[in-house]
Design a protein around this ligand. Structure first.
Ligand code: GTR
Length: 324
């Protein structure tokens, strides 16, 4: 049964490869649905891997959290049950402390700034942090800029957040971020957000335009304020157990294809952000674009004080800020 399934899925996903010839199939988890930039980028990586291995190596992408919500998928990847996982840095924060500084609110000036930092030596240092947890980073993807949305009212200033309840990713950094903004954080998996807004368990959540769009959250939370408090990296990681089973030659093929999938992801991402903003606006979402970010940035002082605690971490923040 297992063989049949692999055979069929390989044949479907890997256009142009000899169906059924897959000797090794890496199963990759993603919380996003088919068509989302990260899902498409890993599929493209699968095509490259297949082409370059003469059809021996395959990647089978499981979108839409079919292998579990992000935190569970990460755990299963650590145990080698799943081979690869693509996830935001958020659910890695508590596990891999090296991901925390680049997850701080307003640490990056723009997506371009984040890409420069993550493509350079700082990205390499952070990637090393995953290794102690049986994970190997294959690529850094992007999570664009995350902003608040809610079902109650347009957020025009930081004062409007007072006392409101927002879902955050399961990371202490974001619980502290919400406290610093005077709001309440409810950490929960992505898949629970839609119904939690709908039933009033929370007032809203925060995310980038493609996620706000494809999750359907815009249907139940019509007010979106582009305060862009988080510009977050994302990781495509492979289980050390799966990695160690590959021959050096296959490791090279997988590593290179992951690298080559980054520009694919970025191009798809930039187009999707524009498309999603237009789509939700057409559906009746009120987007507040003209927002003074300065009070939001200033409010983050206590969060930085809590996480940037050593001379090394202060130096890391300085190096990030100095990256042009
Ligand atoms: C998205 C991110 C996902 C997931 C989700 C969330 O922007 O790409 O990996 O972390 O946010 O908020 O749970």
């Amino acid at each position: 049964m297992k063989l049949t399934k692999t055979f069929l899925i390989c044949g479907t996903i890997l256009a142009g490869s000899a169906a059924g010839a897959c000797e090794i199939t890496l199963r990759s988890a993603d919380t996003h649905p088919d068509g989302y930039p990260t899902v498409e980028a890993v599929k493209r990586m699968g095509e490259m891997v297949s082409e370059r291995s003469g059809g021996r190596l395959c990647i089978e992408v499981f979108p839409a959290s079919t292998l579990g919500e992000e935190k569970d998928a990460i755990e299963q990847t650590q145990f080698g049950v799943i081979d690869m996982v693509r996830a935001s840095f958020g659910p890695f924060n508590n596990l891999v402390p090296e991901t925390q500084i680049v997850s701080l609110p307003y640490i990056f000036r723009s997506s371009e700034h984040m890409r420069k930092v993550m493509d350079g030596p700082i990205g390499e240092e952070i990637a090393k942090g995953f290794e102690a947890h049986d994970l190997k980073v294959l690529a850094f993807y992007d999570g664009g800029a995350r902003s608040f949305y809610n079902s109650q009212k347009p957020i025009q200033s930081i004062d409007d957040l007072e006392g409101m309840k927002f879902r955050v990713m399961q990371s202490d950094v974001f619980v502290d971020m919400m406290a610093a903004l005077g709001a309440n954080a409810t950490p929960m998996p992505y898949g629970e957000v839609y119904s939690s807004i709908q039933t009033g368990v929370i007032d809203g959540a925060e995310n980038n335009p493609p996620s706000y769009d494809t999750s359907g959250h815009f249907e139940v939370a019509k007010y979106y304020t582009l305060d862009e408090h988080l510009i977050m990296p994302e990781a495509l990681a492979i289980s050390t157990m799966s990695w160690d089973k590959l021959s050096p030659e296959d490791q090279e093929i997988v590593a290179q294809a992951a690298k080559d999938s980054v520009p694919v992801m970025r191009e798809l991402w930039d187009a999707k952000v524009t498309e999603s903003e237009a789509k939700v606006e057409e559906a009746g979402v009120e987007i507040v674009r003209d927002i003074d970010k300065t009070p939001f940035i200033e409010a983050m002082g206590p969060v930085y004080d809590k996480y940037v605690t050593t001379p090394e971490l202060k130096d890391l923040v300085a190096r990030i800020q100095a990256t042009e």
